[in-house]
Design a protein around this ligand. Structure first.
Ligand code: GAR
Length: 369
């Protein structure tokens, strides 16, 4: 273990005093750092660049348990601290026992305090905020790398639910376009990576390829007149889609490139049972042509997200997300092609994850009867 870089609060307080005399700055951040991933390493490099010495408060095992539940941490506190201390950006680590780093902040008096972009200055814990004000620390919020988190890593490691349900998940698929994601669902079913059956395909576009693919596979497919407005789905269309999905008895509704907004008549009946695939790393770039938005913004990476559908657009809980790099010479077309490749992987596995869990609950309920 890099003993030399694991310090007590008192030692860090002394280091801070020494740095101060030299006109240098101590940067402090804290966290669990349970399974180190690139989101952490980028964040820590950015944090280190803000000053001269980066010290990390590492939540003890007991404090991780109190924050994240009995199954965490995965790695013990000394191991987590050792991994962190082996990073070039990290000057020191200090293990602390409370859920919050408030006491450590008071003891060390960092010049700069850094938090990840899932916080705003206003959403910081009030005691922590008071301690930061008290010691005169400057607060910096750094953006987090999208699609990199310990919980997503854990989900991937678990490979989704392992228990395949007795009956296939019944799917209703809505799409407006070429249907490559729909084809990926059919391929996953054929290859037995997904125990599902597509009961119905609906499209707002009369000539959409997705309808043709469905018909070639003998799957009931039809056009629903969306109404006059080119971007909305008229009330009568919402009612018609809801009715058809109900008659088909689908478990899950999949928006596979459906370019109109569905509303409460459908959402309320299929609550937590509608998934959408979106070509960006949500919450970045909601709305249309999201991959072009990523290119225009000069993003270094783009990606795809499968999320639950709620009334707010592209905003429901994320089920799965995967990043792709944006290359120097990318055009919108080359980037979209790369995004499609990951969409075709994450959509079937997200359907399995949500659908198997749904059917497992149903099977458990019916065995109680
Ligand atoms: C997909 O890239 C999907 O992410 C996007 O439409 C495309 C459909 O392609 N959906 C959205 O932009 C929804 N906001 P496909 O018809 O070949 O599956």
């Amino acid at each position: 273990m890099e003993e030399s870089r694991l310090f007590s609060a008192e030692e860090l307080a002394q280091i801070r005093e020494d740095l101060d005399r030299e006109g240098k700055k101590l940067v402090f951040t804290n966290g669990c750092f349970d399974l180190l991933h690139v989101g952490h390493t980028r964040y820590l490099s950015d944090a280190a660049r803000l000053g001269d010495f980066l010290a990390i408060g590492v939540n003890s095992d007991a404090s991780v348990r109190s924050l994240k539940g009995p199954l965490r941490p995965i790695n013990m506190e000394n191991d987590r601290a050792e991994v962190l201390c082996s990073l070039r950006s990290v000057s020191a680590a200090c293990i602390f026992g409370e859920p919050r780093a408030t006491n450590l902040i008071r003891a060390i008096k960092p010049h700069i305090y850094v938090k990840g972009g899932d916080y705003t200055v206003d959403s910081l814990d009030l005691d922590e905020r008071a301690a930061l004000d008290e010691v005169g620390a400057e607060v910096k919020i750094l953006p987090l790398a999208p699609a990199r988190s310990t919980s997503l890593t854990l989900k991937r490691l678990q490979g989704g639910p392992t228990r395949i349900p007795r009956r296939p998940i019944r799917l209703g698929v809505l799409g407006s376009g070429t249907g490559s994601n729909f084809q990926a669902i059919l391929d996953a079913i054929d290859n037995q990576r997904l125990h599902a059956k597509v009961e119905l395909v609906l499209s707002d576009m009369p000539d959409a390829d997705i309808l043709k693919i469905a018909k070639r596979h003998g799957i009931p497919a039809s056009h629903v007149d969306p109404g006059e407005n080119p971007s909305r789905l008229a009330d009568h269309a919402q009612e018609e889609i809801r009715g058809r999905l109900l008659v088909a008895g689908v478990d899950l509704v999949i928006l596979a490139g459906f370019m109109r907004v569905i509303k409460s008549p459908i959402i309320s009946v299929f609550k937590n049972r509608i998934l959408n695939i979106h070509p960006s790393l949500l919450p970045r770039h909601r709305g249309r042509a999201a991959w072009k938005q990523a290119l225009d913004a000069g993003d270094k990476e783009a990606g795809a997200t499968v999320h639950h559908v709620i009334e707010a657009i592209d905003a429901g809980e994320i089920v799965s997300q995967q990043a792709v790099p944006v290359l120097e010479d990318d055009t919108p077309e080359t980037l979209l092609e790369r995004i499609h490749t990951v969409e075709h992987v994450i959509l079937p596995s997200a359907i399995a994850e949500v659908g198997y869990a749904l059917l497992a609950t149903e099977e458990a309920e019916s065995s109680k009867l």
